[in-house]
Write a protein that binds this ligand. Structure first.
Ligand SMILES: Nc1ncnc2c1ncn2[C@@H]1O[C@H](COP(=O)(O)OP(=O)(O)O)[C@@H](O)[C@H]1O
Ligand SMILES: [Mg+2]
Length: 222
């Protein structure tokens, strides 16, 4: 469970989040909706420990998540194992020399035994239809293919929480339908899913709970 209490965030004086108080519960699919620039990606960065709020508290499963605590390797490892984050632009999260190495990378970080890593790599190559691309360099793949690789790498780690930042961005119509169906299927797995989108149709198709933000960087109370 994720609890946010009165979070503010600014980029050198530019406001990005204001007084964000919200609780995300396991097993539900939340769509974080709002116009460009309202702060959705910033909130995702905070939830993933990539940015830290100037004010307020972020509590994950009763642990306060702070910059100081994430400097502890054991704590950081346990934290990162809990949350899978698929970036808006998949490119920024792909850096290995082949698709299969990309999927294996996070599993090595988790310290899993080699046999388990091989099994999971095969499973997610199959699930995301990546067999013909497995030896390719992720860097040279199409936008849709990169998205599938990023998803495979994140899902292989089997995190209880999954976040998708603007999952339709950069995809053609077929790719958009595919990812919408894929996320819909993930909803039956009991994970907490948070999707950021400015696309009302996508939110309508997937959300159990709509979380609306406004241009003043606040969550609008329903
Ligand atoms: N790296 C940055 N430096 C300065 N301002 C930023 C940066 N990233 C985002 N912002 C600003 O913070 C606000 C929130 O941005 P963002 O979280 O990306 O919104 P969204 O994802 O909802 O489009 C916007 O006004 C944006 O211009
Ligand atoms: Mg964004």
């Amino acid at each position: 469970m994720i609890q946010l209490e009165h979070i503010d965030y600014d980029y050198q004086g530019i406001p990005a989040l204001r007084d964000i108080t919200y609780t995300f519960e396991m097993g539900r699919c939340y769509c974080l909706e709002g116009p460009n620039g309202c702060g959705k990606s910033t909130l995702f960065r905070i939830l993933n420990g990539l940015a830290f709020p100037a004010r307020g508290r972020y509590v994950l499963d009763s642990d306060a998540i702070t910059e100081k605590r994430l400097r502890d390797d054991t704590f950081a490892k346990a934290f990162h194992a809990k949350i899978g984050y698929v970036f808006q632009n998949a490119e920024v999260q792909l850096f290995c020399k082949s698709v299969e190495d990309e999927i294996a990378f996070g599993l090595f970080q988790l310290g899993l035994p080699e046999g388990e890593i091989e099994e999971r790599v095969e499973k997610y190559i199959r699930q995301l239809n990546l067999a013909s691309l497995r030896k390719r360099t992720p860097y040279n793949l199409s936008g849709g293919e990169k998205k599938r690789v990023a998803l495979a790498a994140v899902l292989a780690m089997d995190p209880p929480i999954l976040m998708f930042d603007e999952p339709l961005s950069g995809l053609d119509e077929d790719g958009q339908c595919w990812i919408t169906d894929f996320i819909r299927a993930l909803k039956s797995t009991g994970k907490l899913i948070i999707i950021s989108t400015h696309n009302r149709r996508l939110a309508g198709q997937l959300a159990d709970v709509h979380v609306r933000m406004n241009k003043d960087h606040r969550i609008i109370c329903p």
